[in-house]
Ligand binder design. Structure first.
Ligand code: ZN
Length: 498
C-alpha cells in the first residue's frame, strides 16, 4: 500500500463517521420522535468527539508529514487534497479542547435564552449571553489567527480565502445600488400577490415539489425530499442527498421556491466527482458557492419567465380552482413582488441582500468593540430605516430574529450575499457558453445548464477555492456588477420603469 493509499484509507474512515453523523443529524430534524432528543444529542456528541480525535490524531499528522515530503505539484489533485486535509487538521488543532468545550456550553445556553428572549420580546434577557458569545468568538479568532482583521479568521471557516477588505467595497456598491433601485420601485404601481395566499392543498404541493425538483435535475436515485419545519439540505454522501421543504396551505411559495432552493444545494453535492468520494476534496468548497447553486435554481431558474412559460400550464392543471383565471404574466409578477419587510428569510430578490449587509456591518462593529451589545437594537433599527425604509416595531421582529449569533456563527451571514452575487455571474457565463439555455427552459430541458454547472463547479468539490472557481468558470473575479444589472433590468421592467 502506498503512503497516499494509506492516508486515503485513514481519511475515508473519518469521512464515514462524518457521514453517519450527518444522517443522524438529518433524522433529528425530520423523523426523530421528541422523546429521543437526549440520546440523540449524546450520539451526536460522541461522534463529533471521535471525528475531532481522529482528525487531530498523531497518525493523521504523521501521514500528512510523510506525504508532504513527496512534493506533489501544488495544483495536482494530490497536492490539493493534502492542502485541504492539512487545513482541517490545523483548524481542528488550533482551538484548545477546553475552549471548544466552553464555547459549546455557551452556545447551548445562549440558544436556549435566545428562544425565550425572542418569544418574550426581551432583548435585555439576551444581551448578557450575546456579549459572552462575542467575547468567545474574539478569542476564537485569536486562536485561529489572522493577518488584518479578526473577522477574517471567523469568516474564512465558511468561505475560504474571503476577507473583510474584499467584502467591504463590493458590499458597499451593492448596498448603494440596491437602496436606489428599491426607492425607484417604491414609486411604481405595486404588485398584488394575493393569489399566492389562496389555499393550495399540501398533498398536491408535495407532488408539485417532487415534479419540479425532478424537472430541474435533482436525482431521486441518490436523494430524498421530505417535509420539515426549517427546511435545509443535508448530504450524507454524494450518493445520498437529503433535501427538505415545508408545505404551508396558504403560502405556496414556501414549498415551491424552497424546494428549488434546496434542490440546487442537493445537485451540487450529487455532482461532486466520484473520485473525490470519502476524501478531503469530496465536500462542497464553501457556503457561498453552495448558496450560489441554490439561489441560481430558486431565482434565476425558478423565478424566471422562461421557466414558467414551460411549467405554468402544468401548475394550472394541478391547481385549476386557484390558477385557471390567472394569466402567466400575472403569476410571474406575483412571484416576483418586491416589498421591504422585517424578516430576512421571507425577503424578495431585491431586498434580501440588504438584510445580510445590515448583519455584516453590525457583526464587524460588534467584533471590533466599537458597538456595545447593549446598543445593538438601536443600531439595528437605524439601519433598517436607512436601507429598507422600515423600522421594526419590536426586537423580536428585529435583532432577535436569527438563530446564527446565539450559535456563535459570526462571519457566516456574508456567504448568503456572496452566493447571490456568484449565482448571477455564473448564470451569465453559462448562457454565454450555451446561448440556448433559456429556450431550453421553456421546453422543460435543464440538461445543458446542469452539465455546465457540473463541469465548472460541482465536480471540483473542494479542489479550488471559491475565488478560483469563479475565475475559472466566468473568466473574471467575483464582482457585484452582474448582480446589480440583473436586478435593475429584471425589476425595472416588472414594475414598468425604464
Ligand atoms: Zn441555502
Amino acid at each position: 500500500m502506498s503512503q497516499l493509499d494509506e492516508f486515503k484509507a485513514y481519511y475515508g474512515r473519518v469521512e464515514d463517521l462524518k457521514q453517519s453523523l450527518n444522517l443522524l443529524s438529518w433524522d433529528q430534524h425530520v423523523y426523530m420522535p421528541q422523546g429521543a432528543a437526549e440520546t440523540r444529542a449524546q450520539q451526536l456528541s460522541t461522534l463529533s468527539s471521535l471525528i475531532h480525535e481522529y482528525t487531530t490524531s498523531q497518525q493523521m499528522k504523521d501521514l500528512l508529514a510523510q506525504l508532504a515530503r513527496q512534493h506533489y505539484a501544488e495544483d495536482s489533485d494530490e497536492g490539493r487534497l493534502l492542502a485541504r486535509a492539512q487545513r482541517s487538521v490545523d483548524q481542528a488543532s488550533k482551538l484548545p479542547a477546553e475552549f471548544v468545550e466552553t464555547l459549546s456550553r455557551q452556545r447551548s445556553k445562549t440558544a436556549h435564552v435566545w428562544l425565550k428572549a425572542r418569544a418574550e420580546n426581551n432583548f435585555k434577557l439576551f444581551e448578557k449571553e450575546l456579549a459572552k458569545i462575542y467575547d468567545l468568538v474574539r478569542q476564537q479568532a485569536d486562536y485561529l489567527g489572522y493577518e488584518t482583521h479578526p473577522y477574517d479568521a471567523l469568516h474564512d471557516q465558511y468561505e475560504m480565502g474571503s476577507t473583510v477588505a474584499a467584502l467591504k467595497p463590493m458590499f458597499a456598491e451593492l448596498r448603494e445600488e440596491t437602496v436606489e433601485l428599491l426607492k425607484a420601485l417604491g414609486t411604481a404601481e405595486q404588485i398584488d400577490d394575493a393569489l399566492m395566499h389562496k389555499a393550495y392543498d399540501t398533498e398536491k404541493q408535495r407532488q408539485v415539489s417532487e415534479e419540479v425538483a425532478r424537472r430541474i435535475g435533482f436525482d431521486f436515485e441518490h436523494g430524498r425530499l421530505d417535509p420539515t419545519v426549517h427546511p435545509f439540505a443535508q448530504d450524507i454522501s454524494k450518493y445520498d442527498v437529503r433535501i427538505t421543504t415545508k408545505y404551508v396551505e396558504n403560502w405556496f411559495a414556501s414549498s415551491l421556491f424552497g424546494t428549488m432552493h434546496e434542490a440546487g444545494h442537493g445537485m451540487y453535492e450529487q455532482g461532486i466527482a466520484d473520485a473525490y468520494h470519502r476524501g478531503p476534496l469530496g465536500a462542497a468548497v464553501s457556503l457561498g458557492v453552495h448558496e450560489s447553486q441554490s439561489r441560481l435554481y430558486e431565482n434565476l431558474v425558478g423565478r424566471s419567465y422562461a421557466f414558467w412559460q414551460g411549467y405554468y400550464p402544468r401548475l394550472q392543471a394541478h391547481f385549476p380552482a386557484q390558477l385557471s383565471d390567472t394569466s402567466l404574466d400575472d403569476f410571474y409578477r406575483a412571484i416576483n413582488k418586491v416589498e421591504p419587510s422585517l424578516i430576512r428569510i421571507e425577503a424578495d430578490e431585491v431586498t434580501y441582500n440588504l438584510h445580510i449587509l445590515i448583519r455584516f456591518e453590525l457583526e464587524l462593529v460588534l467584533l471590533e468593540g466599537s458597538l456595545k451589545v447593549a446598543e445593538l437594537p438601536e443600531a439595528w433599527n437605524e439601519k433598517y430605516e436607512a436601507y429598507l425604509g422600515i423600522t421594526p416595531p419590536s426586537d423580536a421582529l428585529g435583532c432577535l430574529q436569527d438563530v446564527h449569533w446565539s450559535e456563535a456563527l459570526v462571519g457566516y451571514f456574508p456567504t448568503y450575499t456572496l452566493g447571490n452575487l456568484m449565482s448571477v455571474q455564473l448564470f451569465e457565463a453559462a448562457k454565454r457558453a450555451h446561448p440556448g439555455i433559456e429556450a431550453d427552459m421553456v421546453q422543460g430541458d435543464f440538461t445543458k445548464l446542469l452539465s455546465w454547472l457540473r463541469d465548472t463547479i460541482h465536480q471540483h468539490g473542494s479542489k479550488y477555492t471559491p475565488a478560483e472557481l469563479v475565475q475559472k468558470a466566468t473568466g473574471q473575479a467575483l464582482t457585484a456588477k452582474p448582480y446589480i444589472s440583473y436586478l435593475n433590468s429584471k425589476f425595472r421592467a416588472l414594475y414598468g420603469l425604464s
